[in-house]
Design a protein around this ligand. Structure first.
Ligand SMILES: *[C@@H]1O[C@H](CO)[C@@H](O)[C@H](O)[C@H]1NC(C)=O
Ligand SMILES: *[C@@H]1O[C@H](CO)[C@@H](O)[C@H](O)[C@H]1NC(C)=O
Ligand SMILES: *[C@@H]1O[C@H](CO)[C@@H](O)[C@H](O)[C@H]1NC(C)=O
Ligand SMILES: *[C@@H]1O[C@H](CO)[C@@H](O)[C@H](O)[C@H]1NC(C)=O
Ligand SMILES: *[C@@H]1O[C@H](CO)[C@@H](O)[C@H](O)[C@H]1NC(C)=O
Ligand SMILES: *[C@@H]1O[C@H](CO)[C@@H](O)[C@H](O)[C@H]1NC(C)=O
Ligand SMILES: *[C@@H]1O[C@H](CO)[C@@H](O)[C@H](O)[C@H]1NC(C)=O
Ligand SMILES: *[C@@H]1O[C@H](CO)[C@@H](O)[C@H](O)[C@H]1NC(C)=O
Ligand SMILES: *[C@@H]1O[C@H](CO)[C@@H](O)[C@H](O)[C@H]1NC(C)=O
Ligand SMILES: *[C@@H]1O[C@H](CO)[C@@H](O)[C@H](O)[C@H]1NC(C)=O
Ligand SMILES: *[C@@H]1O[C@H](CO)[C@@H](O)[C@H](O)[C@H]1NC(C)=O
Length: 748
């Protein structure tokens, strides 16, 4: 027993240096509550309501916010304000920070940053008096062309789940209710039947998938969000197995409220309700925006004639009110003023995330970082280097606009109050360091572009070529190429400039094949969807003030068809690939992508040693907080259920050392190979830690495998089951087998 206690103590202590979560938790002095306490308070609140008042709360009403739950003056209830987005306060409000988007924070692979970004976002929602923040967006990047991939966290459920957890906690720690979305299987926007395309689309796509795939891929991040204690979940516009998400008894009542033990409310994506009785009996609690008349006041008659039980209405209203008590919105919540300036110094964390999520893809002969006293002659090409022609408030794409992209479009877009494009930041750097800069942002002006190659100055020049790819809600991408033939621009410059560096400003997957192997393309940085500090963040990386350490959150295929999944243009979207998505699919069919999931270079190098796998004995601390999450931070509002799924079972440690010449970081990635019984892909991501190290410094990294991490969904038993046999553990720096650094195993 003593040995076990020491081990646990060590697990805790050995962790603290690498976790270092900056936790200004509860500076607000909020009294958070448990779900049990909040539900009890909600019950006594609704006891004073009439049936009319209860029904009134179940649908949105008109108001200042994107969604509004009405006030009840009689009982001193001031209503709720609900607002987009997952990456800052959106819907066109003023004085709001345009944060690096979901796909970009995921690429940091840094839980500390996941949390700090969410705290900063939560502060802005709270500061403006918003009660519900619509996020996290946790649909899986199943289709490379999905227009909303930039809002989410990539193609892997574990990575997405960790993001979901820390995002939810960061938001709710500010007293704001997080809203996980879009539940569920909203992996394309074509025929999703949402508000953006009108409701007159006769085809609504149905995501058809089996039970194992549902649990292990698409439900996984929602489960993490529920464990974090999320107060609200938004059902999606599409169908699952031919039944609409917002009236799907199986997904809502069975999976979410039943199996996951979810105690919060379900609200519709805009116009997601299509009738009254079916959605309500299938678990829907709130109709948004509420103007369609399916729910709200009309429910009084349905209760009176017995077609909806009174108990269901009470359950709905308890679920609507409980989250309010859960995160302490009854205590000094700010009044609503959407244009209130609440940005504070959030640009600082935004810049940190922006550079932490950029990914160094190619760096021949260490061309990067540039030396600001040597590489002073800089030519800049491409529309994506500079500002847009259309102003910063464009939420939808217009081919005349161009310009650097800070986020994608649609309801997830946050109107920037300012934004620093790369050209502006390079100009500033140039002033300080006496650069000679030339730029051409009209990328179709090949006459002028060609002329630059004959400049007197075109000698020992560094050519920076900026390319971009945009997408937005409501529309999926037509291909995986860049805007305005950026590929041709790269090739034209590379033909003439032997030090060409390409900067890729993209919403999600891109096909790089037309230019990536060009011998003059000596450097490539994936700049992602980096938010309004883009230019400064990039310059930090280009000149070595920041050592890049971001990692891909999807693979980049050589051929679009290699992904094996695509948008469906007919009614069915059959998820026939099952759990074989992205790297799991590439492994299965032995396909080599251009760059693997998890890949990204650094200016320094690392060594890995001393893999150790040890079993955690839970008998010793059965009555104490013991999950991986609980060991980090526990909140009263968490909801782990009683399943023990998040209890740690194994601790995996190794030692990582910086053996290069720069301070920098590596993401230690744990891939697991399951026994045959589990019928899993060759390897599955089940742990990661981003470690920052000084030159010559080494650290022990401790990764934890929870019960859920080593289980598979057994469709017969309808349970998570630990398989019997040998589990292989790989410590790697990407999903590429060639990047595996350490290997071990355990038997069960
Ligand atoms: C109404 O609620 C506010 C806070 O939301 C509180 O300050 C006030 O005392 C309440 N008034 C009554 C009559 O309960
Ligand atoms: C969808 O149908 C498949 C195949 O019948 C089944 O395995 C799965 O559980 C169903 N899922 C839902 C959410 O209805
Ligand atoms: C809806 O799901 C619940 C929970 O699984 C189940 O008890 C109930 O029978 C289902 N209702 C229908 C109509 O299928
Ligand atoms: C109950 O009332 C609603 C609303 O008036 C009506 O649409 C529905 O048909 C009624 N159902 C029955 C069984 O009377
Ligand atoms: C940059 O180049 C200058 C001049 O050659 C050299 O002195 C300096 O050490 C270089 N800086 C770095 C960081 O390599
Ligand atoms: C620019 O130069 C390339 C060769 O590098 C040539 O193929 C192309 O035709 C030229 N374009 C124009 C408009 O001169
Ligand atoms: C990409 O794959 C498709 C379908 O497998 C094939 O027809 C095409 O030739 C491939 N393209 C390249 C460039 O390999
Ligand atoms: C999807 O699966 C259903 C049921 O198996 C089948 O009827 C339909 O044809 C499939 N659709 C496509 C596009 O494969
Ligand atoms: C890291 O090591 C690889 C091969 O071991 C080498 O090619 C590369 O130049 C090194 N990178 C740095 C930044 O030292
Ligand atoms: C592995 O961890 C166990 C438990 O902490 C410890 O007893 C053992 O010495 C470690 N082995 C190595 C090689 O570090
Ligand atoms: C790192 O270690 C090497 C080899 O021991 C040594 O030469 C070098 O000075 C050390 N660098 C730093 C910054 O400590």
């Amino acid at each position: 027993m003593l040995r076990i206690r020491l081990l646990l103590l060590c697990v805790f202590l050995c962790w603290s240096p690498t976790i270092s979560i900056i936790d200004d938790f509860n500076q607000l002095r909020i009294t958070f509550r448990t779900w049990e306490q909040s539900i009890a308070m909600a019950k006594s609140f609704i006891n004073q309501l009439t049936l009319e008042e209860k029904c009134h709360l179940t649908a949105g009403v008109g108001g200042t916010c994107a969604g509004n739950i009405a006030s009840l003056v009689r009982v001193n209830f001031s209503g709720f304000c609900l607002q987009d987005t997952p990456s800052g306060v959106g819907d066109g409000v003023l004085y709001s920070t345009t944060f690096a988007s979901g796909i970009h924070i995921a690429a940091t692979w840094d839980r500390d940053l996941f949390y700090r970004r969410a705290v900063a976002i939560g502060k802005e929602f709270r500061g403006k008096g918003v009660h519900y923040a619509f996020g996290p967006m946790i649909n899986i990047d199943r289709n490379a062309r999905h227009g909303r991939n930039w809002e989410g966290f990539g193609s892997d459920p574990y990575l997405s789940g960790e993001n979901a957890y820390f995002y939810t906690q960061g938001i709710q720690d500010q007293g704001v209710i997080a809203t996980a979305k879009h539940y569920i299987c909203n992996e394309q926007d074509t025929h999703r039947s949402g508000v953006m395309k009108g409701d007159n689309d006769p085809i609504v796509y149905s995501a058809n998938l089996d039970d194992k795939t549902m649990h292990e891929i698409y439900l996984w991040p929602f489960a993490s969000s529920v464990a974090a204690g999320v107060g609200s979940i938004m059902c999606s516009a599409n169908e699952i197995n031919e039944t609409r998400a917002c009236q799907n008894n199986k997904t809502q009542n069975d999976l979410l409220k039943g199996e996951l033990g979810y105690l919060g409310n379900i609200l519709t994506d805009w116009m997601g309700a299509k009738s009254t009785i079916d959605p309500i009996l299938s678990g829907l609690d709130i109709d948004m925006p509420g103007t369609d008349g399916y729910m709200g006041d009309v429910l009084v008659k349905f209760v009176q004639n017995g077609s909806i039980p009174q108990s269901r209405i009470d359950d709905m209203v308890i679920r609507i009110i409980a989250p309010y008590y859960l995160v302490g919105q009854d205590q000094n919540y700010p009044t609503i003023d959407l244009d209130r300036n609440v940005m504070g110094n959030n640009y600082l964390i935004n810049r940190e995330i922006s550079r932490a999520g950029m990914i160094l893809l190619k760096n021949i002969n260490n061309i990067l970082p540039l030396n600001s006293s040597m590489n002073t002659n800089i030519y800049i090409y491409g529309q994506a280097a500079g500002q847009t022609n259309c102003g910063l408030e464009q939420t939808a794409w217009n081919t005349n606009c161009g310009g650097a992209l800070y986020q994608g479009g649609g309801s997830g877009f946050v109107r920037p109050s300012y934004a620093i494009d790369p050209l502006t930041a390079l100009m500033q750097k140039g002033r300080e360091n006496h650069f000679q800069i030339r730029y051409i942002t009209n990328q179709n002006d090949f006459v002028s572009i060609n002329r630059t190659f004959h400049d007197r100055a075109f000698e020992n020049v560094i050519c920076l070529v900026f390319i971009s790819a945009w997408s937005e809600e409501g529309i999926d991408r037509t291909d995986l190429y860049t805007f305005d033939n950026g590929e041709q621009l790269v090739l034209t410059v590379a033909e003439n400039c032997y030090q060409t560096i390409v900067l890729v400003n993209s919403v999600s997957q891109l096909n790089l094949e037309r230019w990536i192997d060009h011998p003059n393309v000596v450097g490539t940085i994936w700049t992602g969807m980096p938010g309004s500090e883009y230019g400064y963040a990039l310059v930090d990386i280009l000149f070595g003030d920041y050592n890049p350490g971001g990692k891909l959150v999807f693979s980049l295929a050589k051929n679009d068809s290699d992904f094996g999944t695509d948008i469906s243009f007919i009614g069915d979207s059959n998820y026939t690939e099952g759990v074989f998505l992205d790297y799991r699919h590439f492994d299965k069919y032995n396909i080599t992508p251009r760059y693997y999931f998890g890949y990204g270079l650094s200016y320094t190098n690392f060594s890995f040693n001393q893999l150790n796998i040890s079993q955690v004995n839970n008998d010793d601390n059965q009555n104490s907080p013991s999950s991986i999450y609980k060991q980090r931070r526990i909140r009263l509002y968490n909801n782990f259920g009683y399943s023990g799924l998040y209890d740690p079972i194994y601790t995996i440690t190794c030692i990582i050392k910086n053996i290069g010449k720069f301070y920098g970081s590596e993401v230690v990635q744990l891939y697991l190979n399951f026994p045959i019984e589990a019928q899993e892909p060759l390897k599955i991501l089940r742990g990661f830690q981003r470690v920052y190290l000084e030159v010559n410094q080494s650290k022990q990294v401790a990764l934890v495998l929870t019960r859920k991490d080593i289980s598979y969904w057994n469709v017969i038993n309808q349970q998570w089951i630990i398989a019997h046999g040998k589990y292989t553990v790989w410590i790697s720096t990407s999903a590429n087998n060639a990047d595996i650094k350490l290997q071990g195993s355990f038997n069960i």
